[in-house]
Design a protein around this ligand. Structure first.
Ligand SMILES: [Zn+2]
Length: 347
């Protein structure tokens, strides 16, 4: 089934007390999201009163593969299947989007895995933007003390800083810098001052036909170098220094099959430490760019874009990794390049 026919799922995550429910309530008030079904883990203190709200009890996680990021969440699978079943029976409105609010300590990776790997769900749903809230009052502390918080930022497509009106400007900017270092590709918004409607946060991911596909190009802008672990004084920590981003380029067209094998092997070996990979690929025989996008051991179905934005048609891959030297990936890619000599040079 084409991506356009699948129901997009937006995941709203963020540490305890970071304002997930407030953000979701604000978003759901927009007419564009009137037809959005909502799943929440906790019925929060703010009290969402959405027409299509459902509650999911977080239950035991099953680990079919033995790795945490690829755990199928039975609770989530059952709740989403139930929603879909009622939608098909007509007992609830025919929702055209699903939003999932996670618990504060949730790792978004198993949620993404469940939506993409569950044999039923993957035929009806696709993963849209992951939105992560970070509150300015406690966010810096969470990033230094809780790896869950760092991971929520690393996996985000959009970061929303909340409560910046309660702290000094300097504090808010330091937090923004910390988030940007963990995830340089995700746009960062401030809930107190920026427009944060559906258009900014939910609509227009690369698989969304109505989207501008700006996101793919934003990833191209990520600097190739490893950013030094610089954070504002006092923010330096074991956890937020572990995670960093870098990009690698390939100056010739790729053989799709060989690339697929390489990426699969790389993620098999290092998926625990590759929190995120996104690539814009020049593939042999394909005139337009192909976008690949993975979270840990999982790769989303590739998306074809309409065209290249500039004359530069080189392949670029951006990685967000945890404790993995970039040389490991560069060496692997260099070996792959020597083997895959079918492509003609493009730059
Ligand atoms: Zn895994």
């Amino acid at each position: 089934m084409a991506a356009a026919d699948l129901i997009p799922v937006n995941i709203v995550t963020g540490f305890l007390g970071s304002g997930k429910t407030t953000l979701l309530r604000r978003l759901l008030a927009s007419p564009e999201l009137a037809n959005t079904a909502v799943l929440v883990n906790e019925l929060g203190e703010v009290g969402l009163d959405h027409l299509l709200l459902r509650h999911v009890d977080e239950t035991t996680v099953v680990l079919p593969s033995g790795c945490v990021c690829c755990a199928l969440r039975d609770d989530l699978s059952a709740a989403v299947r139930d929603l879909y079943g009622k939608r098909e029976q007509g007992t609830i409105p025919k929702f055209d989007r699903l939003a999932i609010e996670t618990t504060g300590l949730a790792d978004p990776a198993p949620i993404i895995f469940t939506l993409m790997a569950d044999p039923v769900l993957r035929h009806h749903f696709r993963v849209g933007h992951v939105v992560t809230t970070v509150d300015a009052v406690n966010g810096a502390t969470h990033l230094t003390q809780h790896p869950e918080s760092v991971k929520q930022v690393a996996v985000a497509d959009r970061v929303v800083l909340t409560k910046t009106d309660l702290t000094g400007r300097e504090h808010a900017e330091a937090l923004r810098a910390a988030c940007r270092r963990i995830n340089p590709a995700a746009p960062i918004f401030e809930a107190a001052v920026d427009p944060i409607g559906p258009e900014q946060l939910f609509i227009g991911d690369p698989a969304d036909p109505s989207g501008t596909r700006q996101d793919a190009w934003r990833w191209l802008g990520v600097a190739p170098g490893t950013p030094p672990p610089e954070t504002a004084a006092g923010q330096v920590s074991p956890h937020d220094r572990d995670v960093y981003a870098f990009s690698v380029t390939v100056d010739r067209a790729l053989d799709w099959t060989a690339f697929g094998i390489w990426l699969t092997m790389l993620l098999n070996a290092h998926g625990d430490d590759i929190l995120r990979v996104k690539g814009i690929l020049h593939v042999v025989g394909v005139p337009t760019p192909v976008v690949v996008h993975g979270v840990q051991h999982l790769v989303h179905p590739p998306v074809h874009l309409d065209g290249w934005p500039t004359a530069d048609r080189g392949t670029r891959l951006v990685f967000i990794v945890r404790k993995l030297p970039r040389q490991v990936i560069e060496r692997s890619l260099a070996a792959f390049n020597r083997l895959a000599t079918v492509g003609e040079r493009v730059a």
